[in-house]
Design a protein around this ligand. Sequence first.
Ligand code: G6P
Length: 479
Amino acid sequence: MARIGTADLVIVANRLPVDRMTNPDGTLGWRRSPGGLVSALEPVMRANDGAWIGWPGGDDGELEPFVDDGLQLVPVALSPDEIEEFYEGFSNGTLWPLYHDVVAKPEFHREWFDSYVRVNERFARKAAEVASENATVWIQDYQMQLVPQMLRELRPDLRIGFYLHIPFPPAELFQQLPWRRQVLEGLLGADLVGFQLPGAAQNFIRLVRQRVGHKTHRDTVYLPDGRTVKAAAFPISIDAKNFEDLARTEAVDRRAKAIREALGNPAKIFLGIDRLDYTKGIHARLRAFSELIRDGQFDVEDAVFVQVATPSRERVEQYRILRDDIDRLVGRINGDLGRIGRPAISYLHSSYPREEMAALYKAADVMVVTPYRDGMNLVAKEYVACRYEGDGALVLSEFAGAAEELRQAWLVNPYDINGMKQALLQAYEADPKDIARRMKAMRKTVIEKDVAHWAARFLDELAATRPDHGKSVRPARRS
Ligand code: G6P
């Protein structure tokens, strides 16, 4: 066997948990990106000589592994062609729309899949180099679905987990994929395959039975070589305490008040925060809000909608079209319904640091999260975490994974504009006692089941697979 590494826990994800930045002296450096995933995994990675393998973004070519604040980071380079075919193409032009209910039409191109295979192979080889004997490797998300099987072939000693952060579609949609069998077999290289929701795990088990022909019973697949693969749901969450602490700071409080002031102290602020993605239902929610103004239910003096849309995947055709659609819609709504100094929609096409997000959450009376399909939607949970005073209304799509836990939100079907209008109006007019009752219940869920709980559950379950196996990483628990 080739060189073996020292890491007892290896995370494999498309992206490294750091962003490129320029230091004051002009040199290039790294800044930790604020994702919940890395903060959840940091303690367990430190305790187990962890390494994180991922693409640093961009096409800067090969970069040496480096240590950032005690974490071993291993960059994997993508060439400009691979960015186009593997990342923008197969990952975000084929799998992303296919797995999100075909909200946009997935494109199937053989050369995109070939690139996906090559890049997955590179990640698998890197993981095989970095992992110690009998180590645990945890592979993340739809960009890496072939890695489990490729890695198992290179390193049968490893314990391998896979987690899908996005929905896993029903068989009726999944079977459109010309490479459906390869993807299923890729995932079956893992000992444990985790999903956001039980329904997704069931979709997977059913597909494995029908398409690959393996025996299955409940949540377990029985492979011909005697190995078993378990599929189960582990709904992801956020670092709730961290968000709440941030929301409680003096600076965030001041900023929240300044935001209200800058908006002209309206009676109610509605807020949407999303990556600018066609799955998020931004268009439909803005239409519903604007119709309420047109109908005379809201007045622009009393209600404003703040929509933050974070730029995302801007070279992919569907995302460009979406951006133009939203620009046009916002322009039309504000042109028709706004008054001087009072736009109906305050639209921001930008990304903000966590402090600003917390201030926005704190300023917003009604948070509006209306995706057509979403694996979980962490924005909904972040809003709840920031509302430590127990107020604030959440309007949430039934089709977000978060709706399975946050049952006390005003749940809506984003395809039903009248239904959404009704929910927005109800949330606007709700009795503060009703709002407080709902928020209290949602806060209990979000605080108890945070991202550390999620990571610990997954790693515990993974450690329980193949109990005869040598090493197992211990999830670090909160004291
Ligand atoms: C979703 C996916 C992640 C992805 C993120 C940002 O949350 O589940 O895997 O990293 O979107 O998208 P990007 O294409 O910028 O990595």
